[in-house]
Design a protein around this ligand. Structure first.
Ligand code: TYM
Length: 333
């Protein structure tokens, strides 16, 4: 049976990109009762990107409420908070000791930060923490700890999954076959969802459409999506349009084909955005209500997460024992 695992970093409010890239496919995968599923809140990862404690804390609540509101069934899925699992940082250390620095040098997030430094005339590693540099190692520990076979993610995370394979393989080579090597699962018709400004929708760019905005706000955000200056009636290119791209991520194939024709017939941007709002709102209306209820009930969420951590630890405590032995860390007698 497959083991499906994925996580979301607890910085900021979950957005449409997280939903179509990770949450929706992960929930769909967990409906198959043959799979083992592990979904978690990556709050250790959050510390790499955000040093505002209140924000990390609030985001943890919001992301947990999001999963539950979208219908995650915690009887079938082990749903937990990364920081409730002390074995994760233990394994991270083991992996740090086999991961090649040269491999980490190639990580996109690190390279982007270096490039930004060089562009602004700073030293190469100015302001770059060890947390950022070894981010993929922590992520490898998340994945390898549960011997995940399938990791549903957005396209931006594929490199990290490949690094997890690489690091796992290296450990296996040295210490024996302990880890299953994971594969990324990427929804082809989604790609990387674009944000309001046409760049990748990302908390760090501040261009997101949060998933559970109140209706009016959702409408407002959609109206802010940047479009090129074409008159109503002029044909529009769907393939370069953020409006169309988001449409496609929510629509059926028929609806997508129909909208493509509308674009070619020069639908007005206002009209296209109105239809986009209606499409998204339809899918999110009910979960939004559940989300608002859950946000009023942090006790329930905390209890749910604690129960999930217990299930997770039932798996990783014995596995960690085995790994400790494998590397030579065990009692003398
Ligand atoms: P994070 O929190 O940046 O994003 C969570 C998930 O959402 C996907 N995603 C997107 N998909 C499509 N379009 C977008 N614009 C978009 N933005 C984000 C991401 O690809 C991701 O799947 N390092 C991870 C969290 C993590 C993790 C893991 C994931 C930690 N450990 C182990 C899988 C397995 C991250 O920061 O994702």
């Amino acid at each position: 049976a497959d083991t499906v695992l994925t996580g979301i970093t607890t910085t900021g409010t979950p957005h449409l990109g997280n939903y179509v890239g990770a949450i929706r496919p992960a929930i769909a995968a967990s409906q198959n009762t043959d799979v083992n599923a592990y979904y978690f809140l990556a709050d250790f990862h959050a510390l790499i990107k955000c040093q505002e404690p209140e924000k990390v804390h609030q985001s943890t609540l919001e992301i947990a409420a999001t999963w539950l509101a979208l219908g995650l069934n915690t009887d079938n899925v082990v749903f937990y908070r990364q920081s409730d699992i002390p074995e994760i940082p233990q394994l991270t250390w083991f992996l740090n000791c086999v991961a090649a620095k040269g491999l980490m040098n190639r990580a996109h997030a690190y390279k982007d930060s270096v490039q930004k430094n060089l562009d602004s005339g700073e030293d190469t590693d100015y302001g770059i923490t060890m947390g950022l540099f070894s981010y993929p190692v922590l992520m490898a520990a998340d994945i390898l700890m549960f011997n995940a076979t399938k990791v549903p993610v957005g396209r931006d995370q594929i490199q990290h999954i490949e690094m997890a394979r690489d690091i796992g393989q290296r450990f296996n080579h040295i210490y024996g076959e302990h880890f299953t090597l994971p594969e990324a699962v990427v929804d082809d018709h989604v790609a990387v969802l674009q944000g309001l400004d046409g760049r990748k929708m990302s908390k760090s760019y501040g261009n997101t459409i949060p998933l559970f905005l109140p209706e009016k706000q959702l409408k407002k955000h959609i109206n802010k999506i940047v479009t090129n200056l074409l008159e109503p009636g002029e044909p529009k290119d769907p393939d370069t349009s953020t409006v169309f791209q988001i449409w496609r991520a929510f629509a059926t194939k028929e609806q997508t084909d129909a909208m493509r024709r509308e674009f070619e017939n020069g639908i007005a941007w206002g009209e296209a955005k109105k239809q986009l709002f209606e499409l998204i709102n339809e899918e999110l209306r009910e979960p939004r209500e559940r989300y608002n209820e859950l946000m009023e009930n942090p006790d329930y969420i905390e209890t749910t997460l604690k129960a999930g951590a217990e299930k997770a630890r039932a798996v990783c405590t014995p596995f960690m024992d085995k790994l400790n032995r494998a590397v030579g860390l065990y009692p003398l007698v």
